[in-house]
Design a protein. Sequence first.
Length: 382
Amino acid sequence: MEVTDYELFEVPPRWLFLRLETSDGTVGWGEPVVEGRAHTVRAAVEELLDGYLLGEDPLRIEDHWQALYRGGFYRGGPVLMSAIAGIDQALWDIKGKHFGAPVYELLGGKARDRIRVYQWIGGDRPADVGEAAREQVEAGFTALKMNATPELERVDSPAKIRQAEQRLAEVREAVGEDVDVGVDFHGRVAKPMAKRLVAALEPYEPMFVEEPVLPEHNDALPEIAAHTTTPIATGERMYSRWDFKEVFESGAVDVIQPDLSHAGGITEVKKIASMAEAYDVALAPHCPLGPVALASCVQVDACTPNALIQEQSLDIHYNETSDVLDYLADPSVFEYEDGYVELPERPGLGIDIDEEVVRERAGEVNWHNPVWRHDDGSVAEW
Ligand SMILES: O=C(O)[C@@H](O)[C@H](O)[C@H](O)CO
Ligand SMILES: [Mg+2]
């Protein structure tokens, strides 16, 4: 069996799907994309497939991963690691279909029966965050995540800290003590204020604070951790075991959030998760992406003992266009019950991509996050 053909589809709202085909007609799907950089990742995938993978045996995933990662001299970073991630997902999908088994069976089998999910409630526009939280809990979610600070705002004064604290207080009041609430700083807070903000939020018991500083300032995490008992999460902008090793060694992080479509795929995230296990750090894969990325997350959660919770974006519309479920022939694989999703039983990634819908909607995707500026004209973090 060899890899014979591939096709790439840019689909709304901001995703890129890879369809990989083998000589025996097996088809595997991957989602190699960085939000806002679909064209760039597409070019990287084409280079890796045309230059290496076509003609190879799809079952030798570890060897291909090494060749794709090490074979180019320059390595790592969001674009290359997302390209490898999508290819890796498609290879695992093919391997599972070839052996008639879900990917998690090939990676050791189920370590749980279902995985808890959390739902995004915003926070960018503060007025309605309490109401949004209440709605999602009524819809069945037991865990939520919100932005700590509104869009465009620099947290640079005690007043801003109090406003952020007030927003979390509102959510806590709306949903009570039993719902878990993660708070995403989104790298919008500078180091000196991050310490104070984490401390101010602590009484409302966040499930975790996420990216309290940008990953390029991970060296500041130990000092922030020293100021709080709130768990610290990070990792959506880290791309390999080598990117993660310092945060494990520093002991400052409690939850890591590698993205199955950014951090080298199933092969690499499974290894990152095992490293985390040795440091008593939990895995909560990042996933504001599409169905192939989410399916890949669930496969890893299934067989990873230290998986804590799964991000997902069903019913969250970016640019009011498509939803995760639109691309599935059988959307019931992602039906949630009591805030959990059951593990899929189908072979491979466990989803059935509706190719007709993919072909219908495929076109140029031009989603990009807005470039924002503060009142004084300086560029703001998104
Ligand atoms: O934790 C999250 O889901 C967010 O930080 C998103 O990753 C970010 O808006 C880019 O898509
Ligand atoms: Mg985030």
